[in-house]
Design a protein around this ligand. Structure first.
Ligand SMILES: NC(=O)c1ccc[n+]([C@@H]2O[C@H](COP(=O)([O-])OP(=O)(O)OC[C@H]3O[C@@H](n4cnc5c(N)ncnc54)[C@H](O)[C@@H]3O)[C@@H](O)[C@H]2O)c1
Length: 325
């Protein structure tokens, strides 16, 4: 299929909704995913919907070659995702997030792929000296984890890959929230909401730390926006993906959840881990690409609570909803 869009990690949290969105928009979608979190049900559903699923590891060169054949665009999401998962297995994260990404970019050039969208992260901003002033794409990157260091390195590699014919764009996603087809409860908004809804004791550290958030469907829409924008406007560019009004401190998140459920208890504790503290500007993606998010954190909290009420996740504490067991 000549106009195929390949999504690596296309059966994951962002990927499964993105695959559906692009498929419904009339693209031929192919997914390459090792189903690391046991998403066989999602893969089967995707095939039912006419999405081609290659169940394979991105480290496998033969699988990459098959996945790239005839692809005009690649959205690269497959990764060992998050600080804890990378810290737990640095070797796998180096193999997948660094080496396989490098190889995918080289193979994409050889396969004649035109466009590449790389899923990067606002975690690249790390700990800002003045987190109250929103940082733009030109701001200094100070990653504070292996995960973010690898993303920073791969952005450089990918943006420098123009020479091999591929036109690359990096999207630095805000922290994602909301109900996905592959649900993740190891992300701040989702986890906090679940804990309080379940009437548990929620320990919050770094409650004053700022971070931006984006709904999982909006994350997919941001990718679609890049793919539908003429290449000359996005090639070699970085865009923060989110909304300027959606930066919150953890304590604000608790307050928002509190407006929607009075269950559970919160205690604020001191811990030295995860010092990420950044407030981000999303003006570029809005002014240059016309991208506006549709959802807000309070909308997402409401959506998660009603999905929990409807028991849509079975046991929401099941390990498959986390990227580290
Ligand atoms: N969720 C967030 O808050 C967030 C924020 C910024 C950036 N991102 C980035 O977006 C992308 C998608 O994240 P997500 O939240 O959907 O996480 P996810 O873990 O649900 O998705 C990752 C997908 O990659 C697949 N995968 C992992 N290792 C693989 C391998 N070796 N070969 C093939 N497939 C493999 C997994 O099975 C999974 O489907 C990642 O690159 C992540 O770094 C996510």
């Amino acid at each position: 299929m000549a106009n195929t869009t390949l999504i690596t990690g296309g059966s994951g949290y962002i990927g499964s909704l993105l695959a559906r969105e692009l498929n419904e928009a009339g693209r031929d979608v192919r997914v390459l995913d090792s189903l690391l979190h046991g998403q066989e049900d999602i893969a089967a559903e995707q095939e039912q919907a006419g999405i081609e699923v290659i169940r394979a590891d991105i480290r496998d060169s033969e699988a990459r070659r098959r996945a790239l054949a005839g692809a005009e665009a690649v959205v690269h999401l497959a990764a060992i995702v998050g600080d804890p998962a990378c810290a737990r297995d640095p070797q796998a994260s180096d193999e997948v997030n660094v080496q396989a990404t490098r190889e995918l970019v080289a193979d994409a050039g050889e396969a004649g792929v035109e466009r590449l969208v790389f899923a990067s992260t606002c975690s690249n901003y790390g700990r800002m000296t003045d987190p109250t002033v929103p940082i733009t794409e030109e701001g200094e990157l100070s990653p504070v984890s292996l995960y973010a260091e690898q993303k920073v390195g791969m952005e450089k590699l990918i943006l420098g890959a123009g020479g091999n014919g591929v036109q690359p764009t990096c999207l630095r996603f805000a922290t994602v929230y909301g109900v996905g087809r592959r649900m993740r409860f190891d992300l701040t908004v989702n986890e906090f909401t679940r804990e309080l809804w379940a009437d548990r004791e929620l320990e919050v550290f770094g409650e004053q730390f700022w971070r931006p958030y984006i709904h999982v469907r909006d994350a997919g829409r941001a990718v679609r926006t890049v793919l539908e924008t003429p290449a000359e406007k996005v090639t070699g560019r970085v865009f923060n993906a989110g909304r300027s009004g959606e930066n919150y401190r953890k304590l604000d998140l608790v307050e928002e959840i509190r407006k929607q459920t009075d269950r559970g208890n919160v205690s604020y504790v001191h811990r030295d881990e995860d010092p990420r503290d950044y407030k981000v500007s999303f003006d570029r993606i809005r002014s240059e690409l016309g991208f506006e998010t549709l959802m807000t954190v309070p909308d997402g909290i409401a959506e998660i609570i009603s999905a929990l009420e409807e028991e849509r996740f079975g046991d929401p504490f099941d390990g498959r909803y986390r990227n580290v067991p």
